[in-house]
Design a binder for this molecule. Structure first.
Ligand SMILES: [Fe+2]
Length: 279
């Protein structure tokens, strides 16, 4: 395993790993490399759904997405992310538009720890995924801004218009994701570092602020966090698997031309029960 840095201070590329035959030592090394670097890009993966789910399961308790209409037929733990349609049915969520900064499932009581995204079909133009190192952004945050987030909490919703318009929810799915309150700063249970924890695509209220004041504060936090030193833009290659730590980074996506094909498979895993909450 020979990781190469992709971002300035985080995100690594790993080119020579076979997920189907990884032994326990190899798994521990990969997990350690990923966690220290927050984002890991595994190149040239040609794996079937069983292998994808089994590898994810070895990293932690499997996550199942509430939007079950986009689950793969083979496994409910795989969610399809795509703009493709077949017989009038969308094969995946999110379409072709851009997607605002977020951390995955921040609107649930136990947000997913790690997300894997497997690039099966990649468009020629656009569709890059951006990552933002929120631990580094917090570590170097000006004292005045840090004072605004330390000890503060926010409400997270899966129903903000920008997320529901890309992937609608049925009433029974809405009922399963009541809004959650989480701290704006969290401590990583394995690494010990503190990190800003924000998800502009999901936060509806910071402290007791109005929606307008909340958006203004999110804009200020994002302006600090998305500086080049803290961000990495991932230009997808076919058969990439990107693995990221939702307790340390947020991510967003660029749009891409609607006539170009994009199909990715997503899995995720939780912290073990005793480490999941509180943050
Ligand atoms: Fe996401």
């Amino acid at each position: 395993m020979e990781p190469q840095m992709l971002g300035k201070n985080f995100a690594v590329e790993i080119v020579d790993v076979d997920l189907a035959s990884l032994d326990e030592n190899g798994l521990a090394e990969l997990r350690d490399t990923w966690m220290r670097n927050k984002v890991a890009v595994l190149r040239d993966q040609m794996i079937d759904d069983d292998t994808l789910v089994e590898f994810t399961r070895r990293l932690g308790p499997l996550f199942v997405h509430v939007r079950d209409q986009y689950h793969a037929e083979s496994h409910p733990e795989i969610m399809c992310v795509s703009n493709l349609e077949q017989d009038g049915r969308k094969l995946g969520s999110l379409g072709n538009g851009d997607l605002r900064w977020h951390t995955d499932q921040s609107y649930t009581p136990r947000p997913v720890f790690g997300t894997l995204l497997y690039g099966v079909e990649i468009p020629e133009d656009g569709g890059a995924t951006w990552f933002c190192d929120l631990a580094a952004a917090y570590a170097s945050m000006p004292a005045t801004l840090r004072a605004e987030v330390d000890g503060e909490t926010a409400s997270y919703s899966g129903l903000k218009p920008e997320s529901t318009k890309k992937a609608p929810l049925r009433p029974d799915q809405v009922a399963r994701i009541p809004d959650q309150r989480h701290p704006l700063v969290r401590t990583h249970p394995y690494l010990g570092h503190k990190s800003l924890y924000i998800s502009p695509n999901h936060i509806t209220q910071i402290g007791g602020k109005s929606l307008e004041e909340t958006e203004q504060m999110l804009d200020r936090l994002v302006a600090w966090a998305e500086q080049p030193d803290f961000t990495y833009r991932h230009e997808w290659q076919t058969n990439d698997i990107v693995l990221w730590d939702n307790a340390s980074v947020m991510h967003r996506r660029d749009g891409f031309p609607s006539e170009q094909r994009r199909f990715l498979k997503r899995t995720g895993f939780h912290f073990p029960e005793e480490l999941g909450v509180p943050f």
